[in-house]
Design a protein around this ligand. Structure first.
Ligand code: FEO
Length: 389
């Protein structure tokens, strides 16, 4: 099996999940990796494990370097099962190892998930653990994105083991950033941030400050490629992602029944384009919520369209708003739109949601809620209203 070496005695030993296309609903067309890192020192240390079905792959990679029974420490930076699922199996083999985890949040989550008592070494923020020639320092990053999250810093190697932070869902055999098309890695970095870390921008800003002070040579996340050649670029991208800045672009999202609301959606796109905005159109019948969230995270304008079905918005639009409510992208200049046959509540419901999420409604229902299939004159008026915003 392929073993990637980060530095002399520091290896990536995790698993590549080439065919996984969903991470609890987040579409992953390029697959996923669960990175784990082995440090060979007087105390042999594994940093994070992998998703449970990949436990044997993890152990097989470790076995090419050392008998896993000799592992002294297993550091759990984060207890979500994509990183801790293989922990019980690893601990069966490495029966003398201690599980190093954040005190008290990591301890609580791991024991809660697995219902087993490992030999724990709970660590507080800033605590240092000597491995022999090297040491590890633990940096708490609570709520980025679970209460237990921490990152692990190895000052002798200048490696930051960052877990979910700076990760991307990107399965690849070439594990360093400079071996990849940077535009693809950055796109997957933005997608990961928008769908996992977005509610926690303030925490991300604090972590960025700490990372800059540490000045790592390598940032080794637990998903995707390892940052080595483009660290300034990913830190700068995270500055932008974690800020309140928006970009001059618009996102138009819709579902429809018989085509009228789709005509309106295309008209709204033309209006935004006339305004000079880069605009993306998403059809909720075919597009993934995670791709929509990636685009709308930094969009200045957002328009959401739905006809009225059974006196409310269509179910796909409700799903989008639920996803939006949880991830909390910043305020937008926004409006709902849609056609209706008799009662027509959907647009008002969308507007009420957007307002409650802090957005400003920039087009009134009189312009965006149209009876039956709108004719050319009504569509032209809608386009003009959007272009004039
Ligand atoms: Fe990659 Fe929050 O787990």
């Amino acid at each position: 099996m392929n073993i990637v070496q980060l530095k002399d005695g520091v290896f990536e030993v995790g698993a590549v999940d080439w065919n996984q296309r969903s991470f609890h609903g987040y579409a992953t067309p390029r697959g996923i990796t669960y990175n784990a890192y082995l440090i060979m020192d007087e105390k042999i240390t594994l940093i994070d494990t992998v998703k449970e079905p990949f436990a044997d792959e993890l152990l097989a990679r470790i076995r090419q370097i050392v008998d896993p029974a000799r592992i002294d420490y297993v550091v759990s930076n984060h207890a979500e099962p994509d990183h801790s699922g293989a922990l019980p199996r690893v601990m069966q083999v490495a029966s003398g190892a201690k599980v190093v985890t954040a005190d008290p949040a990591g301890l609580k989550v791991i024991s809660g998930h697995y219902g087993v008592e490992f030999d724990y070494l709970p660590v507080k923020a800033g605590q240092t653990l000597s491995l022999g020639r090297r040491e590890l320092t633990f940096v708490a990053t609570p709520m980025l994105h679970w209460p237990d999250n921490m990152v692990t810093w190895c000052p002798q190697e200048r490696i930051l083991f960052s877990n979910d932070a700076f990760g991307q869902h990107l399965a690849t055999s070439q594990r360093f950033d400079e071996e990849q098309d940077l535009s693809v890695v950055m796109h997957e970095t933005r997608t990961y941030y928008a769908n996992i870390l977005l509610p926690f921008g303030k925490q991300a800003q604090k972590v960025l400050k700490t990372v800059r002070e540490l000045d790592p040579e390598i940032i080794a996340p637990s998903h995707g490629v390892i940052w080595r050649g483009h660290i300034p670029q990913v830190l700068s991208e995270y500055d932008h992602l974690a800020s309140d800045e928006v970009e001059p672009k618009a996102v138009v999202v819709f579902d429809c029944m018989w085509g009228a609301t789709e005509k309106m959606a295309r008209t709204v796109v033309e209006g935004f384009a006339r305004k000079g905005l880069k605009t993306r159109l998403f059809d909720l019948r075919v597009d993934a919520l995670s791709d929509i969230m990636t685009e709308l995270h930094k969009a200045e304008y957002l328009a959401i369209g739905s006809p009225t079905q059974n006196n409310t918005m269509m179910a796909n639009v409700g799903a989008l708003l639920t996803y939006y409510k949880g991830l909390k992208p910043g305020p937008k200049k926004a409006f709902g739109f849609g056609s209706f046959g008799w009662s027509g509540q959907a647009v008002g419901e969308i507007n009420a949601f957007l307002e409650s999420a802090g957005s400003q409604i920039v087009l009134d229902q009189a312009q965006t809620r149209l009876l039956y299939t709108p004719d050319a004159e009504k569509l032209a008026a809608l386009e003009e209203a959007v272009a004039s915003l």
